[in-house]
Design a protein around this ligand. Structure first.
Ligand SMILES: [Zn+2]
Ligand SMILES: [Zn+2]
Ligand SMILES: [Zn+2]
Ligand SMILES: [Zn+2]
Ligand SMILES: [Zn+2]
Ligand SMILES: [Zn+2]
Ligand SMILES: [Zn+2]
Length: 1655
């Protein structure tokens, strides 16, 4: 056989082998053999090396390689796989497989594997956890599409969970996957449905193939093959050659092994029975016992395999084991058994997790029943935690983690180990509803392991205050916080598990307490305790100072205990048998010690005592309070203080707090205070801040009761309170609220459950977003000292609340809100409010406040004390209200504050102090609050008296007896408040002046003010327009503020303007951009594929002022470029600048010209015919004159008599105006043709006419589509722009040589009156008649001929319309009447038909033709009306100042046209000439683009209502260049609808020698350099202009909360907001995109520049 010749290269399989080979025969030979494996192996040994001699080819190579690959593929199928299929099926494979599939009763799992970028859906109400997702098909057929769902795009891998009952709390099946009677019971064995002999064959062939594949993929020798696969004869070969042959054979077999695995994956899709057989084969234990099954061998060798191999076998596992519910369990156990080993392999591996077998954990552990089983049977929780801890070996002497000295490598490894926490989260994510003893035991065992982990974190990364000099190196803090952040949800979940079972909870509490005691063993208890005494109480404590000793912010063991303590407080045990609680092991002072230190650290950092410790500490403090961490950090520290305080004498608690805050001495002796006042100012300030912080802490310890278990509240009360306090700052968008609330492990905040009860939703307008506003009835719950407020939040909220109260005519006191009652375990906390030490502190502060300028107290300090007093009074009032008699009210604060103060606070009682402060002039701000307090005191006294005598009557603090006194008081206060307000406003005004130059930072604000400006100016425009023609025009220069009259010979005045190419009106986007050098712009094609648009902001300057300004801009730009690189928002080199007044992007100026009445001294031609004749003669004369001139060579031209009259020789303008005329001409020339300026080019004036015509056309279209009247609705700036543009155009001939002007005229005239001497005249179907009209009129300076020209062009347009109008005929019974118009139209049409032969279809309906003509010609008439209005400065007819019907007559009469336009055509002669042009017939027969009239306005493409439709569309979009690869950033052109592969090297192209991305390249073909795109995966609109400029713009898709989701981070369903889309469209149609880009870039100059051209 061929093997003998296989020296050197193994030859590839020859054609004859294909022909002679029979898969069927081979299969039967195998079946007959005694040892099947031996036979199959022998077959493979022969064929595999020969077929796959090349080995795996690396990606798509040359064509040759691709062909080779295809050949290999075919050979594999025919020679290798087909025999196996025959063997398995016993019949022709195609038929056999079809049969299998038909008989298969599939399980209801969908199992669709996701592509990269494909949308996935999860239900926020029904998904068991956020990893449960549906594919789009299943989602659309499920109940969840009506629920609150979340949409994301898949990162690839993972599959659809439709049909998995455990993944969904509700609705697990979509319509397609709902189990029917037909589908099999999940318990039933699918193998039983297969024929017995096939089952037997299946077992044998599957085990042979799978073993073969596993052997080879895990094979690690190059020189040898597994037994049975060796080449048949090897004896003759010499060693080195043999090695090489062996090596390539090994590669070939490995290559086939992968194909074999894919084959297995495909085969089992046909039959669940075969799938189960494969599962059994894969998990069958091998001879070596444990971990010896084929699947085990694959998994254990995972990290040794190359990426491609891993992908293929992972895919097979997903298709087989994970799709079979029975074997999924068995596999899960194997996976858990090998867990530690697999993870260790992964940590050492260098591929991403998506290529690791460990990534399958998400598929297994998120199934609650599996997770629970693995926990009980394989002790999974403990395993995961232990594995994790084992991998973090870097510890300090006490065995704690040491992150602050991490090296890069350790940090990398830490990054990989973190995925284990993810696994732990999967296991814990659904809490059990039922517990078995086994589960309890294993969970507690896991908890032990977890406590070990927390113990390693307790006290890690400690800090010591730096005094003297600043720290040298910032310690690394992020790793520790990353760990904390990752564990936050785990810790919360563990608490949730504990709360589900009382026994578990108590045991967990005990264990946690034990762990904490262990941690405390390190505290210095040998030292002598110090004794503190104050206000008649004394206590002993440690000698410890935060400002001198080590302190750590990481206290997870304490915090877990705090969490468990709260849970205990919620149980039955706590309320009925508190003695059974295991509380006693640690003394309360020890419990509070560490959390208190941490809180004091924060206070000291706040007071500026830790400045020298750098940013690291500041960041840590920030995260300690941040919403991502605070639940298991700050919040729990407060709870621990609450727990400790509730178990202690309140006086003792407060003394310890004072001592830890290092403030004890200040309140224990009056002298110290005095001494400090004279001492160092810094120290005084520090102490003041510390006192404020301490008072705040006391407020929080007593007042924070919204955690279920501390206070008697429900969990949603907590969320509601958070929302109330966020909205008290200001109205907020949904996403802002979500960000401010902590998420649980399911990424839920609970916001939606309560938001509608507390807030009302305000829909967004065309900009901005929807906002929630707090309903007024919730204002009373506002607490100024809400524990989650930052200082900034607090002051903003205070301001907002005071303002609100003023608006409602209320006083400005912000008393504490009523609080929910405490749970029994925390009940004694209220006693803090009335304890002697606190009264002493309150007394002291009030005493200090008596002195206005003591410097030893602060307003915030006083405010906090007043708040505490208020809290105490409210508590007393509540107790009184709830009690039946006076006896059981233990709280008697009102009584205590009347007692005179004890030493050291010398004078008066607290009450007396308050009364004396009430009228202190320096405490005006607090007056309302003090008044409120005093009123409360009176009320409570009255209540006490009444309750003691009769019954309880509630008196709210609002209604007192001294109503009148109060009113007087109120009036006085109001006056003062008013004065204060005025003063504030003045200051605010000054501030805003200063902030004005920051306005650019707020784009939206700027936009808004612009719109306002526009509205106001357009109103005045109305007045100005009337009678403008008569008035002398006086204008003011915005730069020098001088007034100037616009005169032909005066100083030139100019308007800032922006000229750009435009394709907005284009009816043909496939036309290529013209070649700048050879393009002839004289005739515009009616497809308007490329126009020049001019816009202006309407701001006027002296030409000289502008020139000076522009030079300054240039200079500044040069200097700036030297300093720092990067783009400005405008391109100075291209003449761009920002209008000095409104910063509108501009690139040229239009000169303002006076209205010059045209000389009207030519002969009055009686009719069109006559005039044509004369003109023809004149032209003939000119022709000959020109000829003579060129013959004579520079001699004086002989101007024919007839033309001389029409010639105005002298230039009517001053030199400065002429210069500006040239400037603007050059700009339109430069931009329009994209060439360098060249004044000699004869095309220069043509472009000026062209931009005039195009700008008018585009404005006419816009007014039409917006249904606005033709006159009176344009904003002033557009009005000014059109007027000066038209006047400029009519004067631009002065800047061109006479001969050029004549030549253009000949050519234009020849288009309508054919002239044999003029060449290259386009046919009338290829001319835009309005452009022609404008060129004609502007060139021909004499009014009397204007009418003739208008008539001529109009008739041409009518013919043009008729020629293109009728392709399909709509029959309507309207033609019976037959008006004059209709008849004439029919006549004209028939004449045209006769002359053109059969090209035009027959039309019988005159009515329809006329309708067509009328509609078709209307835009032309409107544009012409606008044009003549600006040209002649005539007043517009009243009928055109309103929109609506009646336009036609008004237009015709304004233009002096008969309203029956057909009357115009009298000379059939010319019309025939037009038709004779060969271009007409050619175009009509399909030889060119036929543009029909009226040209429909271009709109942006239609977008689907549901954003996911777009995502889905984009996910199946492949890069057009790299053969079927997925595009990373699919981007949709909003103008033409093309999908592009953006931001990727594959689709970069070269434009003018520069590499640009697909978007930029597309703009050059689609939008003449300007483009609008939707980046589908980012949900972002992209504007691009030219190669360097671009910006992102909010997309027109909003979620239900009126917000966009740029970057698709939140995943709320998005729907099209058509108003916003129309806004973008309007921006585009008004040529405003470049302007928006300019502003965006101006505002974001500081940001990192984006390379727009590469998008
Ligand atoms: Zn699906
Ligand atoms: Zn489904
Ligand atoms: Zn649902
Ligand atoms: Zn000026
Ligand atoms: Zn301006
Ligand atoms: Zn496009
Ligand atoms: Zn591409």
């Amino acid at each position: 056989m061929a093997a003998a010749e296989s020296d050197g290269d193994p030859p590839s399989a020859s054609r004859s082998e294909f022909l002679n080979f029979s898969a069927k025969d081979t299969a039967s030979r195998w079946l007959a053999a005694a040892d099947l494996q031996q036979e199959v192996y022998r077959h493979l040994a022969v064929y595999v090396p020969r077929i796959l001699c090349l080995g795996p080819s690396g990606g798509s190579g040359s064509r040759e390689e691709q062909r080779e690959e295809q050949r290999e593929e075919l050979a594999c199928q025919l020679l290798l796989l087909a025999p196996m299929e025959w063997l398995l099926l016993g019949e022709e494979p195609a038929a056999g497989l079809a049969q299998l599939q038909e008989n298969n009763q599939p399980s209801p799992l969908c199992g669709h594997v996701f592509k990269v970028g494909e949308p996935t859906y999860s239900c926020r109400e029904c998904a068991a956890d956020p990893t449960c997702v549906l594919c789009m098909q299943c989602f659309l057929g499920s109940v969840h599409k009506e629920h609150r769902y979340r949409m994301t795009t898949s990162g690839g891998g993972g599959f659809c969970d439709c049909g998995d009952a455990e993944a969904w709390k509700k609705g697990p099946y979509c319509q397609k996957h709902t189990p029917t009677d037909n589908s099999r019971d999940t318990e039933e064995d699918p193998v039983a449905q297969l024929p017995a002999d096939m089952v037997a064959r299946g077992y044998s062939i599957f085990s042979i193939v799978l073993k073969y594949a596993v052997d080879l993929l895990t094979w690690d020798q190059e020189e040898q093959l597994p037994a049975g696969l060796e080449p048949l004869n090897t004896s003759r070969q010499s060693k080195p050659l043999r090695v090489q042959v062996m090596h390539s054979s090994v590669v070939a077999h490995q290559c086939f092994a992968l194909k074999a695995l894919s084959w297995l994956g495909q085969i089992i899709q046909y039959s669940d029975g075969l799938r189960r057989i494969l599962c059994q084969v894969g998990l069958q234990k091998g001879a070596e016992g444990e971990n010896s099954s084929l699947v085990d061998r694959l998994m254990l060798n995972d990290s040794k395999m190359w990426k491609g191999a891993r992908n293929i076998y992972h895919q097979l596992l997903m298709n087989s084991l994970l799709m079979d519910l029975k074997y999924k369990k068995i596999f899960a156990i194997q996976f858990a058994k090998s867990y530690e080993r697999l993870q260790s392999d992964y940590v050492k591996d260098d591929h991403d997790r998506e290529f690791s077998i460990t990534d399958l954990s998400v598929q297994i552990f998120t199934v609650p029943s599996l997770a629970r089983m693995l926990m009980v049977e394989e002790n999974l929780m403990t395993t995961i935690i232990r594995t994790f801890v084992d991998h973090l070996r870097h510890r300090d002497l006490q065995g704690r983690f040491q992150f602050d000295r991490y090296t890069a490598q350790q940090a990398f490894k830490f990054g990989r180990v973190q995925s284990l926490i993810g696994d732990l989260k999967y296991v814990l994510i659904s809490r059990p509803s039922e517990w078995s003893d086994q589960l309890r035991m294993k969970f507690l065992e896991g908890l032990d392991a977890f406590l070990e982990l927390l113990k390693c974190m307790q006290g890690m990364d400690p800090v010591v205050r730096q005094v003297g000099q600043h720290i040298e190196m910032e310690p690394e803090w992020e790793a520790a916080f990353t760990l904390q952040m990752k564990l936050t949800h785990i810790i919360s979940m563990i608490q949730e598990w504990c709360s589900a079972d009382e026994c578990v909870l108590i045991e967990a509490y005990r264990k946690c307490l034990g762990a904490l005691s262990h941690c405390y063993s390190g505290l210095p208890d040998g030292e002598q305790p110090i004794s503190l005494s104050l206000a008649g109480h004394s206590v002993e404590t440690f000698r410890y100072q935060v400002s001198q000793d080590k302190v750590s912010i990481h206290l997870p063991v304490c915090r877990l205990l705090a969490g468990l303590h709260v849970l205990l407080s919620r149980t039955e045990v706590a309320s009925r048998f508190p003695e059974q609680l295991p509380l006693g092991e640690l003394s309360p002072p020890l419990l509070i010690e560490l959390p208190l230190r941490c809180l004091v650290l924060c206070a000291q950092v706040h007071a500026g005592m830790w400045r020298r410790n750098g940013f690291s500490l500041i960041n840590q403090i920030y995260y300690y309070h941040n919403v991502k961490c605070r639940v298991e950090m700050f919040d729990k520290d407060i709870i621990m203080l609450q727990a400790g305080a509730s178990m202690m004498d309140p006086n003792h608690f407060l003394m310890i707090v004072l001592s830890r805050f290092e403030l004890f001495h200040i309140f224990s002796s009056a002298d110290v205070r005095k001494r400090y006042r004279e001492a160092n100012k810094d120290v005084v300030q520090q102490n003041n801040t510390l006192i404020e912080e301490m008072l705040h802490l006391i407020i929080m310890v007593v007042g924070e009761r919204y955690v279920a278990g501390v206070g008697q509240v429900e969990p949603f009360d907590e969320v509601r309170r958070e929302i109330i306090h966020q909205l008290s700052i200001r109205p907020m968008a949904h996403s802002e609220l979500v960000k401010a609330l902590p998420e649980n492990g399911n990424k839920e905040t609970g916001l939606e459950r309560v938001i509608d009860t507390v807030a009302s939703f305000k829909k967004p307008g065309v900009t901005g977003r929807g906002l929630y506003e707090l309903r007024p009835e919730w204002n009373k719950y506002f607490n100024l000292y809400f524990h989650h407020y930052s200082r900034a939040d607090q002051s903003k909220a205070e301001e907002a609340q005071r303002k609100l109260r003023r608006q409602n005519g209320e006083d400005t006191a912000l008393p504490p809100p009523l609080l929910p009652p405490l749970c029994p375990l925390f009940a004694s906390l209220v006693n803090l409010l009335q304890c002697d030490v606190l009264l002493a502190v309150e007394g002291a502060v009030l005493q200090w406040a008596v002195e206005p300028s003591g410097g030893g107290w602060t307003e915030s300090m006083l405010q906090r004390v007043l708040h505490l007093v208020g809290m105490a009074l409210l508590e007393e009032q509540q107790q009184l209200e709830n009690s039946s008699g006076d006896d059981d009210v233990t709280f008697n604060y009102t009584c205590k504050i009347t007692r005179p103060g004890e030493a050291p606070s010398t004078s008066g009682s607290v009450l007396a102090l308050l009364e004396s402060l009430q009228n202190a002039p320096h405490l005006e701000v607090h007056k309302d609050m003090i008044t409120w307090i005093l009123k409360m005191v009176t009320n409570i006294k009255t209540m006490r008296e009444r309750t003691s005598s009769t019954s309880t009557i509630t008196i709210s603090p609002g209604q007192g007896p001294e109503e009148t006194v109060r009113d007087k008081d109120k009036a006085e206060r109001k006056r003062k408040a008013e004065m204060a307000r005025l003063r504030r406003e003045k200051i605010m005004a000054q501030m805003s002046e200063m902030q004005k130059h920051f306005i650019n930072e707020n784009k939206e604000l700027f936009q808004q003010s612009l719109e306002e400006l526009e509205a106001s100016t357009s109103a005045t425009a109305e007045n100005r327009r009337v009678g403008r023609a008569e008035r002398r025009q006086l204008v003011t220069c915005i730069l020098c503020q001088e007034e100037q009259e616009v005169r032909g010979h005066g100083r030139a005045m100019v308007l800032a303007a922006f000229v750009q190419r435009s394709t907005v009106l284009s009816k043909n986007r496939r036309r290529n951009l013209p070649d700048p050098e050879r393009h002839d712009p004289l005739f515009m094609h009616p497809d308007l594929s490329l126009g020049i648009h001019t816009a202006s902001c309407g701001h006027i300057m002296h030409a000289t002022c502008w020139q000076r300004y522009f030079e300054a801009v240039q200079l500044k730009e040069q200097r700036r470029q030297q300093r720092l690189r990067g783009h400005t928002s405008y391109d100075v080199e291209n003449g761009e600048f920002l209008c000095p007044l409104c910063e509108c992007l501009s690139n040229t100026v239009i000169p303002l010209l006076p209205h010059t009445p045209s000389p009207d001294h030519s002969v009055n031609h009686s009719c069109l015919e006559e005039w044509l004749e004369t003109t023809n003669q004149q032209i003939a004369l000119l022709h000959s004159a020109n000829k003579k001139q060129s013959d004579a060579g520079g001699a004086e031209p002989v101007v024919p008599e007839g033309f001389r009259v029409d010639f105005t020789p002298q230039n009517p303008f001053s030199s400065s105006i002429s210069e500006m005329i040239t400037t603007f001409s050059m700009s339109t020339y430069k931009v329009g043709l994209k060439v360098n300026p060249n004044e000699q080019d004869h095309r220069v004036p043509v472009l000026s006419w062209s931009t005039c015509a195009y700008t008018i056309q585009s404005i006419e279209r816009f007014l039409m589509d917006e249904e606005k009247p033709l006159f009176g609705s344009l904003p002033c700036r557009q009005d000014d722009c059109l007027s000066s543009l038209t006047r400029f155009s009519s004067a631009c001939w002065t800047a061109a040589p006479l001969k050029t002007v004549h030549t253009h005229f000949f050519r234009l005239f020849a288009a309508l009156v054919p002239d044999s001497q003029v060449e290259n005249t386009p046919c009338i179907l290829d001319i835009d008649m309005f452009h022609l009209l404008v060129s004609f009129i502007i060139e021909h300076q004499f009014k009397s001929t204007h009418l003739h020209l208008l008539h001529l062009v109009t008739v041409a347009h009518l013919v043009q319309i008729l020629l293109t109008s009728t392709t399909e005929e709509v029959c309507m019974d309207q033609d019976s009447g037959g008006s004059e118009e209709e008849e004439l139209t029919c006549q004209l049409y028939d004449t045209l038909r006769k002359h053109l032969g059969g090209v035009l279809p027959e039309v019988s309906s005159g009515w329809q033709l006329w309708r067509c003509v009328k509609a078709g010609v209307l835009p032309f008439l409107r544009a012409a009306t606008l044009f003549f209005h600006y040209l002649n400065s005539t007043a517009p007819p009243a009928d055109l100042l309103v929109a609506g019907p009646g336009q036609w007559e008004a237009l015709c009469s304004y233009l002096s046209l008969p309203s029956n336009l057909l009357q115009l055509h009298q000379s059939q002669h010319t019309q025939l000439e037009w038709c004779r042009h060969p271009g007409v017939t050619q175009t009509l027969q399909g030889g060119g683009v036929i543009v029909r009239f009226p040209r429909e306005s271009n709109r942006l493409i239609e977008l689907p209502e549901d954003y996911s439709v777009l995502i889905n569309q984009a996910s199946s979009f492949t890069c057009p260049r790299s053969g079927g690869d997925k595009s990373r950033a699919p981007t949709l052109c909003l103008v033409c609808g093309s999908m592009l592969c953006s931001q990727s090297y594959c689709c970069q192209t070269e434009v003018d020698g520069e590499d640009v991305g697909a978007c930029t390249a597309h703009t050059f073909t689609c939008g003449a350099g300007l483009g609008l795109f939707l980046r589908v995966r980012e949900s972002q609109v992209l504007f691009v202009a030219g190669k360097t400029k671009g910006c992102f713009y909010p997309p027109p898709y909003l979620d239900d909360y009126g917000e966009t989701d740029q970057g698709l981070k939140r995943g709320n369903p998005l729907h099209l907001c058509s108003e916003r889309y129309r806004k973008i469209e309007r921006l585009w149609r008004q040529h405003g995109i470049a302007e928006v880009i300019g502003h965006a870039q101006e505002a974001n100059q500081t940001l990192v520049a984006i390379d727009w051209q590469h998008l």
